[in-house]
Design a protein around this ligand. Structure first.
Ligand code: GAR
Length: 206
């Protein structure tokens, strides 16, 4: 009996160690991050192992703690003028990085350490409404002001520029006459929740 108990204990820990570890970067509220935590809870092969933020006040950190996911906060110097973030990811055995409302540009050392292994979600149909300054509500305000009849989400690989990496997936929604930027933001968030976790699962599982 003792032997059987020991055997199962050994087997379980070995199994857990083989999971692919994913890190999420988030700067603000972290509703997308939370949907991702929920999606991968108890997943047999993918583990959301770390939540990183450039903002110590980001509510995303609290959301991660609620799911017992380890967190780390870094500053500009650590991201852009040291290897701190890359070292932290490697020390944590991370093999895939997900940006979920992360507002800073990803530096070269991080791109090099994770080639084609960093993805982002943008709340518009790129290449429209992308680039510096186009994030969060700014995007939805511009979309409504320009009288667009549709908008959506873009999931893409990350490169050294804002919102320019290869597109992996897009999904659209209509904008009805008179809809406000807040209403559009809500619809777009729903699209994000529907598509981001499953797309991450597909990419990490490949
Ligand atoms: C999301 O809509 C995401 O697409 C957007 O920030 C929001 C974060 O919301 N990202 C960008 O604009 C990146 N350019 P969340 O913190 O509730 O997930």
């Amino acid at each position: 009996m003792v032997y059987v108990g020991w055997y199962f204990k050994y087997d379980t820990s070995n199994y857990l160690r083989l999971k692919i570890k994913v890190a999420i970067f988030a700067s603000g509220s972290g509703t997308n991050a939370e949907k991702i935590f929920q999606h991968f809870q108890g997943h047999p092969s993918i583990d959301i192992a770390l939540l990183l933020s450039n903002n110590h006040k980001a509510f995303a950190l609290q959301r991660a703690e609620n799911y017992n996911i380890p967190t780390a906060v870094f500053n500009r110097q650590q991201l852009y003028h040291s290897n701190y973030v890359v070292d932290l990811l490697l020390a944590s055995d991370i093999s895939f990085v997900v940006l979920a409302g992360f507002m800073w540009l990803v530096p070269q050392n991080l791109l090099k350490a994770f080639p084609n292994k960093i993805v982002n979600i943008h709340p518009a149909l790129l290449p429209k409404y992308g680039g510096k300054g186009m994030y969060g509500m700014h995007v939805h305000q511009a979309v409504v002001e320009n009288g667009e009849v549709e908008t959506g989400i873009t999931i893409h690989f990350v490169d050294e520029n804002y919102d320019e990496g290869d597109i992996i997936k897009q999904a659209k929604c209509e904008i009805n006459p008179g809809e406000t930027a807040d209403e559009v933001a809500k619809k777009v968030h729903e699209l994000e929740y529907e598509h981001y976790p499953s797309t991450i699962e597909m990419l990490v599982g490949d």
